[in-house]
Structures are given as structure tokens and as C-alpha cells.
Design a protein around this ligand. Sequence first.
Ligand code: S3P
Length: 165
Amino acid sequence: MLSTRVVLIGFMGSGKSSVGRLLAKENKTLFLDTDAMIESSEGMTVSEIFSEKGEMYFRTLENDTVAWLKANVNTAVISAGGGMLVYCKALKEVGTIVYLKVPFKTILSRMTPAELEKRPLFKSPKEAEVIYNERNAIYEEQADIVINADDTIDNVLNALVSTTS
Ligand code: S3P
């Protein structure tokens, strides 16, 4: 049973939403995805927000979402957008920060055209790898728990269940 808010962080394509949904189900608790929350309140996709309003506007919405989570949610599994920990320092105060660590080559293999379309920051493999390397250092430094997520979804879920309960 989860006693607090668990926040899954990691690079785009690290499996935060897929495994987060399963962890929430396992614990019979709420699952929240910050990108989906922003999309539903804005009535636009993340890609549309980036192209029509710009990244800084999106980051403001992410900060608002963090404040909302802190004020309104007690127990939940939260999948955080890949840049949230970098642009919203208060994310650390939301709960236990769990980094789903996946090597860049696995991330690349998961980036189908449909996945790429949802991710405006994933402009090319070369540019994404630069961001990956910067982010990996931050994620590792800031996370309370680091999980090897380069594995089957069942194994990642088991690792999460045993480290967060
Ligand atoms: C971003 C990651 C995306 C989304 C936005 C920006 C980032 O979320 O929030 O495109 O800066 O890494 P996912 O990590 O869920 O893909």
C-alpha cells in the first residue's frame, strides 16, 4: 500500500505512464499523468501548446500543475513530463521521486513515428541525446530511488512495487 505520492520521472519514452498506470492499479490508487492533465485543461495537445504558445508557456503550466498536486492530492502515482524536474523545482516536494532509468539506445528504439509526433523536443536523435545526457545527470542526482527500467514491464513493475511500498 502506498503511503504517499510517488512521482515517476525519466526521459521521454522511459515508460513512466505505462508502468505508472500499473503501479496505481496494483495499489488501488489514483494515477495521474501531468501531460494529460495539461492537455485536458488547455484543450490542446502538448505538441500544439509548444507550437502555438511556446515552450515557456508549457513550463508555466507544468509549474501550476505541481502546485495543484501539492495542494490537492494525497495519495497517487504521478507520471511527470520528462522536463518537469528541471523546470519545476517544487516537484521534489510532491512526493517520492523515482527515476525510471533507460539507456538512450532503448529510448530511440521506442520512438515510433506516433511517439515522436507527441514529443516536440525530440527533434533528432542527435539533439535528443544531448538532452538525455544533461537530464540523466539531474535525474540521478535528484531522485530518491533509481530503477533500472530497461527491462520487461512486469520486472519494472515488481521493482517499483518493492521499492515504493
Ligand atoms: C518533455 C517531455 C514530455 C512533455 C513535453 C516535454 C521534456 O513528456 O512533457 O513534450 O521536456 O522532456 P514525456 O516525458 O511524458 O514524453
